[in-house]
Design a protein around this ligand. Structure first.
Ligand SMILES: *Cc1c(COP(=O)(O)O)cnc(C)c1O
Length: 230
């Protein structure tokens, strides 16, 4: 039995059942809803038998989405194909920009040809999505915190997949519950920053990251001022 969490790709970019999966789950809170205004989930099964088992559990446990939230998901899905196109195009431009900035160490985005999974991503999905992560040359939590608190268009928050761009610091947010040694061993560096690219103009987003990253440069007066404030 193969179960795939397809949240980051959405059904527009990748259809796991066609690729051999038995069950696909989505956090509809993310791209399907797309507007960061609901919490919902979807389970898709390959066979009607599996679907009936899930439905039995839903009925028994009461895990049923309310009518208004259901309607919000449906309304979100109607623009999903257009949103995913923009998320993908902007994310690729932004990932490429990040690889050129001197303060940035590693950039993780499957659309970059040097990403270890670029070939398989290109083969089985029709786009590389809107999520990017990157680490800093100054590999400290302090440097990352300075960065994630210096953007203006990117809002500091968890979650992803909405129309507005979000920035987060996994070591202090999504992955804080994992002990630091385990977290680092799993590749989540202290300075790792995650971006969810929204629908704002890509050049505006690049400018926002540029000004926040420029603060990382040593001897930058803004950085010293920030350090003093903190
Ligand atoms: C957010 C997320 C979940 C959890 O979904 P919720 O709707 O927040 O409960 C599961 N898987 C992935 C990949 C997610 O991004």
């Amino acid at each position: 039995m193969l179960c795939v969490d397809n949240t980051f790709a959405s059904p527009v970019l990748q259809q796991p059942i066609a690729l051999g999966a038995d069950i696909v789950v989505h956090s509809a809170t993310k791209y399907l809803g797309g507007h960061s205004d609901l919490i919902a989930g979807v389970v898709v099964t390959k066979t009607a038998e599996l679907g009936a088992k899930i439905k039995y559990l839903q009925n028994a446990c009461g895990a049923i989405l309310g009518p208004f939230d259901s309607w919000l998901v449906i309304r979100g899905i109607e623009t999903l194909h257009l949103r995913m196109k923009q998320h993908c195009n902007s994310a690729l431009s932004i990932a490429q920009f990040l690889t050129t900035h001197p303060a940035v160490d590693k950039v993780y985005y499957p659309g970059l040809s040097n990403h270890p999974n670029h070939t398989i991503a290109a083969k089985q999905s029709s786009g590389f999505g809107g999520i990017i992560s990157f680490s800093l040359k100054t590999n400290t939590e302090k440097a990352a915190i300075e960065l994630v608190t210096s953007t203006q268009l990117f809002k500091l928050a968890e979650s992803l997949g909405g129309i507005k761009s979000l920035i987060s610091h996994p070591a202090n947010m999504t992955h804080k519950s994992i002990p630091a040694t385990k977290r680092r061993a799993a590749g989540v560096a202290d300075s790792l920053v995650r971006l969810s690219i929204g629908l704002e103009d890509a050049d505006d987003l690049i400018k926002d990251l540029q000004q926040a990253l420029d603060l990382q440069k040593t001897n930058n007066p803004f950085k010293q001022a920030l350090t003093t404030i903190n």
